[in-house]
Ligand binder design. Structure first.
Ligand code: ADP
Length: 150
């Protein structure tokens, strides 16, 4: 059984995140989406709302599980018995950060990070941009996974 976590803040979960999980299901048996929350990090959407949006997106996919966590990402991975961390890479901007975190996580626990390049049509989509559009009253449905209602 190959199990990975897909951790993130997901404020909110976008069609770019959705695409990474769908593609990850080709080589992981199960993916646990971990929604990180901690008191010191302000988010626009509550953890309950962020969970709800991800649940809507994967309601017909039994191989995707969803949880929230407020610990270190590797501790969350260990708690759900995952051996891999799945991440997406949009640009060189993401690269240095992902490499540093992946190295630290592997050193700490042996957990490997598997990185997928974003599909080019989604590479400009970030939760930050989606939040900004939402705050100014724009319809953000095209940036959310299919069949997800805010
Ligand atoms: P974090 O706070 O950990 O960066 P995010 O919610 O921003 O969490 O992102 C979680 C993961 O999804 C990261 O690996 C990030 O690079 C990836 N990601 C973010 N946006 C996209 C996108 N448009 N396409 C593919 N992957 C993405």
């Amino acid at each position: 059984m190959r199990r990975a976590i897909f951790p993130g803040t997901f404020d909110p979960f976008t069609i770019g995140h959705y695409s990474i999980v769908q593609r990850g299901l080709a080589f992981f048996d199960e993916i646990v989406i971990g929604i990180g929350h901690n008191q010191s990090k302000q988010t626009l959407f509550t953890v309950e709302k962020r969970l709800d949006l991800v649940q809507q997106a994967f309601q017909n996919e039994p191989r995707v599980k969803i949880a929230s966590y407020n610990s270190l990402t590797v501790d969350f991975a260990l708690s759900v018995k995952a051996d891999y961390i799945l991440r997406g890479l949009r640009s060189v901007g993401d690269f240095e950060y992902e490499r540093t975190v992946a190295d630290a996580n592997r050193k700490l626990t042996g957990i490997e990070t598997v990185i997928l390049f974003t599909e080019s049509e989604y590479s400009y989509i970030s939760s930050t941009v989606v939040r900004d559009l939402y705050s100014f009253g724009k319809d953000i449905s095209t940036f959310l996974p299919p069949n997800v209602k805010l």
